[in-house]
Design a protein around this ligand. Structure first.
Ligand SMILES: *Cc1c(COP(=O)(O)O)cnc(C)c1O
Length: 395
């Protein structure tokens, strides 16, 4: 028998286990909702990105079923061959109206959207891509695929950004990329300052609103609406996988940007389009954002209530300004212990450790949605109080 060429995997896994970084997948046996069946137990679910409870909204379910019955289950082609269905175009027109931009283009996920845009816009050694150190992994990977050199500034450090811009003055194209809401800390990017610097240096700004769409701004339009920067941010990225409740990502910007990406963005050119049910679901979700804005208000009320409760108990919730509220536990093992104990007490909040967050800043990350009841939030706060004292995170 020849030696197993994959034998090294056993060592790699053993190493993860030795560092207590090995985590079996948690399995959801119910719909994604405020109280869910996870690994065989009913628990208050504080880990989904289902901000508005749209994963189970009747209008979205009906739209998905109707589109499947009418158009089938898949597109079976890439967009540039024959995978562009009328529903895709309808969704894009609707997204553009929603974002107050000329045009929008949908990709298979938020991840591929970021990769596609960074790679296709930054095509020469003489370009410059500038990124916040806490930007999402998909921006980091997009930057790696780009031909341009990349420069990283310390988190939200505008003096650092200014310095990089000053040093990079001769670049052919400059792209500044930032998360609108940072996914691990729930803080908001200083977009007005970024835009002001970008305008001074003739740079493009790209904001990734994965956690801001459906959350910030009028009707959940995102960071640009939140900061009243309409027309001043060249590239807005959104996801359809979080608050929108389905899956996919999009770019909103000018018609020229859309045309360019259709011809140059590799995930658009070489990966098939989303099924009609997904496009129809997202169209219905945008209608819900426009017609039921009370869901967004309810989510914010719940988020403020829960965050205030954690702070009152004495937890360190970091720099959070949004429904993403981390509960900082210290080292990774302690964060995992906190998460495990919460689960035993009937609350699911996933632990996030190094290297996703800095060493010593391991945490459980909570996200409260419009779908949580006060009773569910109070139940979760009681569990946090009990377990927090036990682990000596609070007194
Ligand atoms: C989740 C996330 C993405 C990826 O979106 P998907 O649609 O899940 O691929 C991109 N950027 C940020 C900041 C995110 O939090």
């Amino acid at each position: 028998m020849p030696a197993d060429p994959l034998a090294f995997l056993a060592d790699e896994i053993a190493e993860l286990k030795a560092k207590s970084l090995y985590r079996p997948l948690k399995v959801l046996q119910s719909e994604q909702k405020a109280t869910s069946q996870i690994d065989g137990k009913q628990v208050v679910n504080l880990s989904s990105n289902n901000y508005l409870g749209l994963t189970t909204h009747p209008r979205l379910i009906e739209a998905a079923c109707a589109a499947t019955r009418r158009y089938g289950v898949g597109s079976a082609a890439v967009r540039t061959i024959i995978g562009t269905m009328a529903l895709h175009e309808e969704l894009e027109a609707k997204l553009a109206r929603f974002k107050h931009t000329e045009a929008a283009l949908v990709f298979q996920s938020g991840f591929t959207t970021n990769v596609a845009v960074c790679q296709s816009l930054m095509t020469a050694e003489s370009d410059l891509l500038i990124s916040d150190e806490l930007n999402h992994a998909s921006i980091i990977d997009g930057a790696r695929l780009a031909k341009a050199p990349r420069k990283i500034y310390a988190h939200k450090d505008m003096a650092g950004l200014h310095k990089i811009l000053e040093e990079g003055k001769g670049a052919r194209r400059i792209l500044i990329v930032t998360d609108g809401v940072f996914s691990m800390d729930g803080d908001i990017a200083p977009l007005p300052d970024i835009v002001e610097l970008a305008e001074k240096y003739g740079a493009m700004v790209m904001v990734d609103d994965a956690h801001a769409s459906g959350v910030l701004g009028a009707n959940g339009r995102g960071s640009v609406s939140h900061w009243k920067l309409d027309g001043r941010v060249a590239i807005q990225i959104g996801t359809l996988s979080k608050a929108i409740g389905s899956v996919g990502g999009y770019v909103a910007g000018t018609q020229l940007l859309r045309d360019y990406l259709i011809h140059k963005a590799r995930p658009f050119l070489f990966s098939s389009s989303c099924p009609p049910s997904v496009a129809a679901t997202c169209i219905a979700a945008l209608d819900v954002l426009l017609e039921e804005p009370q869901l967004i208000e309810l989510m914010w009320e719940n988020a403020r209530y829960f965050k205030a409760g954690l702070v009152r108990l004495g937890f360190d919730t970091g720099a959070s300004e949004t429904p993403i509220t981390p509960v900082i536990a210290g080292d990774t093992a302690r964060a995992m212990r906190l998460s495990d104990r919460l689960y035993q007490e009937g609350v699911f909040a996933q632990a996030i450790g190094f290297p996703t967050v800095a060493e010593g800043k391991a945490r459980v990350r909570t996200i409260v949605s419009a779908a949580h009841s006060r009773a569910e939030l109070d139940f979760a706060l009681l569990a946090f109080a009990k377990v927090g004292r036990e682990l000596e995170l609070i007194r």
